[in-house]
Design a protein around this ligand. Structure first.
Ligand SMILES: O=P(O)(O)OC[C@H]1O[C@@H](O)[C@H](O)[C@@H](O)[C@@H]1O
Length: 289
C-alpha cells in the first residue's frame, strides 16, 4: 500500500520531501512545482540551488528545476519564462510506493492567468524518484473550446564540481540557435564545455532520444556521469550565464556560474499546438551512472 507524504516547509514555502525506500530523495516546492534538491540513493546532491535565491510568492526560485510555461524566455508577451514558475501549484498526489516516491502537482487557469493568457488549461507536473533516477513529466491539457499553443521547458540546473573540465556529450550533429551570439550553428563532434556564456537551443534532441538506439546526453563532471534523456520535448536548451552576466544577477553569487550547467528539456522552436481536449506530454529523465 502506498504511504501518503505529508507537506513540509522549505525556506518558508510548502514543500514535499520525496524519499524512496532505497533512500533516493527529492524536495519539491508547491511554489512553481519546482524541484529544489535531488539526491540519488547513496549519492550527493545533483542539482544547483542558489544560496541567494528569493523564496516568495510571485518570485522565481533560482536553481533546481524551474518549470517554464506557457512561454519560454522572452519569446512572447508574457513575463519571462511564463507564469507557472511563480505561482502556487495544487497537490494532487504524493506517496511512497514499494520502490519509488512520487508526487503530482497541478496548475489550472485562474482569473490572473486568463488576463494575460486567455486559455483554459490544466498543467500537471509528476516527479518520481527511485535509486539513481529522477523523472519529471510535464503534461498540459486544453480544457477550453478553442485551440492554443504554448512553449515550455524543464529548466534543470545541474550542479558542477569540476566546471573547468565538465563536458556535455550527445549533441554532436545537431543544429542550434545560439541566443548569446545571435547566430545558428551545428554542433561538431567535440563535447560542449563551459567557457563563458552559453545560451543555445538545440533542435531534434527529442527525436534522437525517441529512437531505440538513440544517444542520450551525458554530463561528465570529475568522475561523475549523469545521463540525461527526454521524450515529448523536441529541443534541449543549454544555458550558463558566464562570469559577466552572473555578476549582474542579484540572486546568484558572483562566482556561481562555475557551479552549474542548465540542461533543459524544452519545446521552444516549434511551440506545442493543442486542440480542445488534447493533451501534450513531455518528460526529462536524469540518471546517475
Ligand atoms: O533569469 P531567468 O529568467 O531564470 O532566465 C535564465 C535563462 O534561462 C535560459 O533558459 C534562457 O535560454 C536564457 O536566455 C535565460 O537568461
Amino acid at each position: 500500500m502506498p504511504v501518503s507524504i505529508p507537506l513540509t516547509r522549505f525556506q518558508g514555502l510548502d514543500a514535499l520531501e520525496l524519499r524512496a525506500p532505497d533512500g533516493a530523495c527529492a524536495t519539491l516546492l508547491l511554489h512553481g512545482a519546482q524541484v529544489v534538491s535531488w539526491r540519488p540513493a547513496g549519492a550527493d546532491e545533483q542539482l544547483y540551488l542558489s544560496p541567494q535565491s528569493a523564496y516568495a510568492t510571485g518570485q522565481a526560485v533560482r536553481g533546481g528545476v524551474p518549470v517554464c510555461f506557457p512561454q519560454f524566455g522572452s519569446r512572447g508577451n508574457l513575463t519571462k519564462h511564463g507564469f507557472a514558475r511563480t505561482k502556487p501549484w495544487q497537490l494532487v498526489q504524493a506517496e511512497v510506493g514499494q520502490d519509488d516516491a512520487l508526487a503530482v502537482l497541478k496548475l489550472m487557469d485562474d482569473a490572473a492567468t486568463r488576463m494575460v493568457w486567455p486559455h483554459t488549461f490544466e498543467a500537471e507536473l509528476s516527479v518520481r524518484v527511485a535509486g539513481t533516477v529522477l523523472e519529471l513529466e510535464l503534461a498540459c491539457e486544453n480544457h477550453g473550446d478553442a485551440p492554443f499553443e504554448f512553449s515550455a521547458a524543464l529548466h534543470t540546473y545541474l550542479r558542477l564540481t569540476h566546471s573547468m573540465s565538465a563536458a556535455l556529450q550527445g549533441l554532436d550533429g545537431l543544429a542550434y540557435w545560439d541566443a548569446a551570439a545571435k547566430r545558428s550553428g551545428t554542433q561538431g563532434d567535440e563535447p560542449l564545455g563551459l567557457d563563458g556564456e552559453l545560451d543555445r537551443i538545440y533542435q531534434g534532441v527529442g527525436e534522437r532520444h525517441a529512437q531505440t538506439e538513440g544517444r542520450r546526453l551525458m554530463l561528465s563532471d570529475g568522475a561523475r556521469r549523469l545521463q540525461i534523456s527526454q521524450q515529448g520535448f523536441e529541443d534541449a536548451v543549454v544555458w550558463n550565464p558566464g562570469e559577466t552576466l552572473c555578476q549582474q544577477m542579484e540572486d546568484l553569487p558572483d562566482s556561481a556560474w562555475r557551479e552549474f550547467l542548465c540542461v533543459e528539456a524544452a519545446q521552444v522552436l516549434r511551440p506545442a499546438q493543442l486542440a480542445p481536449g488534447q493533451t501534450w506530454v513531455g518528460l526529462q529523465r536524469l540518471e546517475l551512472a
